[in-house]
Design a protein around this ligand. Structure first.
Ligand code: SF4
Ligand code: FES
Length: 365
């Protein structure tokens, strides 16, 4: 077996608690309770260990990381360990005082998620009153504080018609980067797939909109965008390949190759409470199960792209086929691909717009 490269980044999921309830939430269906979360000292140990094994960055996320009062201490610990710090936040509670204390702790970058380009759409999708206006104010404060800002937009059938406006919004709040992220269908998003799945026409239009915006905002805004899985010819290299670039620690300390890995039945995930991060990264069963190419079945096994996309997404393979070791059905070479696209096209055409939220149900547009 070839030597195991160190991870590039630690994704620290501080909590599953969140004031929002996005219908495409990637958190597990059963959320970790606050009493089970790692405490400050445990997180500081994880951060130090991440730096020791070669991580360069730490991304503090959740749920909503700002629900925890100790984020500043964790940022300071990460800075001390030499890690670049990024806060991934819904920003609805990021007031001036909190932002200043994070800046004082050494925070270097903020990513704010937006659900749409307008208040009615943004508030409805987030399931939170005034969410959109709060996010815009917080994003402006981030820029005033001199921190670089990324605007993240998760797109789907019910907001894609606002894509141009979303990118304009990103520019207007001073973001230097916009991430256009298509919904990934596992966890809660799978439950809402019929209400979220875009049509082929929307996807075609989307690619054109992104190309035009890239030209229009050249030198002003960098736009990250990949064609959504179900409509692409080949899958994306999810997480840059299983156990290759990212190490994800869940609120209770489970170490995961990706944020959704717990949706895969039959895998055991070690905890930072029992083993060191280095030990888990290099020799745990879960990380080694789908690392590299030795685990691959055909057609991946003999495919020229096997070290480009690393077989796609294990969580999606499990969600759709029930077998995490199968070729990602988003790949046009997978035996399950045609059925998947047929089902997706049918769902996209059904125009079922109601979302199922974790705490209540909403009506459509
Ligand atoms: Fe990627 Fe496997 Fe599809 Fe080849 S067959 S493109 S390796 S998912
Ligand atoms: Fe888990 Fe893609 S989200 S491997």
């Amino acid at each position: 077996m070839t030597a195991i490269e160190p991870p590039m980044a630690l994704l620290a999921e501080l909590t599953h608690r969140c004031p929002l309830q996005c219908p495409y939430c990637s958190n597990p269906l059963h959320l970790e309770r606050p009493a089970g979360e790692l405490n400050t000292a445990e997180w500081l140990r994880v951060i130090r260990q991440a730096a020791e094994i070669g991580c360069m960055q730490v991304h503090f996320s959740g749920g909503e990381p700002l629900v925890r009062p100790d984020v500043e201490k964790l940022v300071a610990g990460a800075v001390e360990a030499g890690l670049y710090t990024n806060l991934i936040t819904s920003a609805v509670t990021l007031d001036r005082e909190r932002l200043q204390s994070l800046v004082d702790a050494g925070l270097e970058h903020v990513q704010v998620s937006f659900q749409d380009s307008t208040p009615p759409g943004g508030d409805r999708i987030a399931g939170y009153r005034n969410a959109h206006a709060k996010k815009i104010s917080a994003a402006q404060r981030v820029r005033e504080a001199g921190l670089p800002l990324t605007a993240n937009f998760v797109v789907h059938r019910q907001n894609l018609h606002h894509l141009e406006d979303m990118l304009e919004l990103a520019v207007s709040i001073g973001a230097r980067r916009a991430e256009i992220a298509n919904v990934q269908y596992y966890g809660w998003a799978l439950r809402n797939r019929a209400a979220l799945m875009p049509s082929r026409a929307q996807i075609d239009e989307m690619s054109g909109t992104v190309a035009a915006a890239r030209e229009k905002y050249q030198g002003v805004l960098v736009i990250d965008y990949v064609v959504p899985d179900y409509y692409a010819q080949y899958p994306k290299p999810c997480m840059g390949g299983w156990g290759r670039r990212f190490i994800n620690v869940s609120p209770s300390g489970k170490v995961l190759p990706c944020h959704a890995a717990e949706t895969i039945a039959g895998l055991f995930f070690d905890s930072v409470r029992d083993r060191s991060l280095e030990d888990i990264w290099s020799s745990s069963d879960a990380f080694n199960r789908f690392r590299g190419t030795a685990w691959m079945p055909e057609p991946c096994k003999s495919c020229a792209r096997r070290e480009i996309d690393w077989g796609g997404c294990r969580c999606q393979a499990f969600a759709v086929t029930g077998d995490a070791a199968s070729t990602d059905p988003a790949c046009s070479l997978s035996a399950a691909h045609e059925n998947l696209v047929a089902a997706a096209t049918q769902e996209a055409g059904a125009f079922l717009d109601d979302f199922v939220y974790r705490r209540f149900r909403s009506s459509g547009r």
